[in-house]
Design a protein around this ligand. Structure first.
Ligand code: NI
Length: 193
């Protein structure tokens, strides 16, 4: 039996404010994933999201279950913003020789997008298409390509970061949010006593 959604937020501002208030995990990049693990995880994320949410109704995708503070809709909007920012850094470092990049907070970037206003399923398709394009760039990359660096400003001290740094950050961060969506979706599959 499917519980009635408890909260349904459709207002874009409320969504972005909620994501901003609840995001606390973007600042801790993963430091241990291998290149193969990064590629595998990045390829899995859109497929996992599709499989997990395939039988949910739009209202369920926007509903915030008791035990979780995000809806699936929040998570997808957040993941898309992170993919834009960190995936964009990877592509820039591959395309340019030792570029200087200005650090962008994905939470700030999200506010410049229409992701919170989009319906979940077309938004997920766009996310998957973007991911395929990123993987087309990353899969042929030799090991020294993953070590290409950028100088990153605007995040306090000036940093040097490479492609693998952003790949680990993106993949590790998505892995935790996929688990979060598993938890959200599980609440809709529980039997109500
Ligand atoms: Ni996050």
């Amino acid at each position: 039996m499917i519980p009635v959604p408890l909260v349904s937020l459709t207002c874009r501002n409320l969504l972005t404010q909620r994501i901003r208030a609840l995001s606390q995990d973007g600042g801790v990049p993963n430091k241990t994933l291998t290149i193969e693990q990064v590629l595998t995880l990045l390829g899995e994320t859109p497929r996992r999201l599709l499989a997990l949410t395939a039988d949910l109704e739009p209202a369920q995708l926007r509903a915030i279950p008791h035990r979780d503070k995000w809806s699936a809709h929040h998570v997808l909007a957040h993941l898309r913003a992170c993919a834009d920012v960190w995936g964009g850094c990877m592509v820039a470092i591959i395309a340019e020789d030792a570029p200087t990049l200005r650090a962008v907070n994905p939470l700030t970037w999200l506010e410049k997008t229409d992701y919170p206003a989009l319906d979940f399923k077309p938004s997920l398709r766009s996310f998957a298409t973007q991911r395929d394009a990123l993987l087309d760039v990353l899969r042929p990359l030799p090991a020294d390509g993953w070590a290409r660096t950028a100088t990153v400003t605007g995040a306090g001290k000036v940093l040097e970061r490479n492609v693998l740094f952003y790949g680990r950050w993106l993949a590790g961060h998505e892995r935790s949010h996929v688990k979060q969506i598993e938890s959200i979706v599980a609440t809709f599959h529980q039997r109500v006593p």
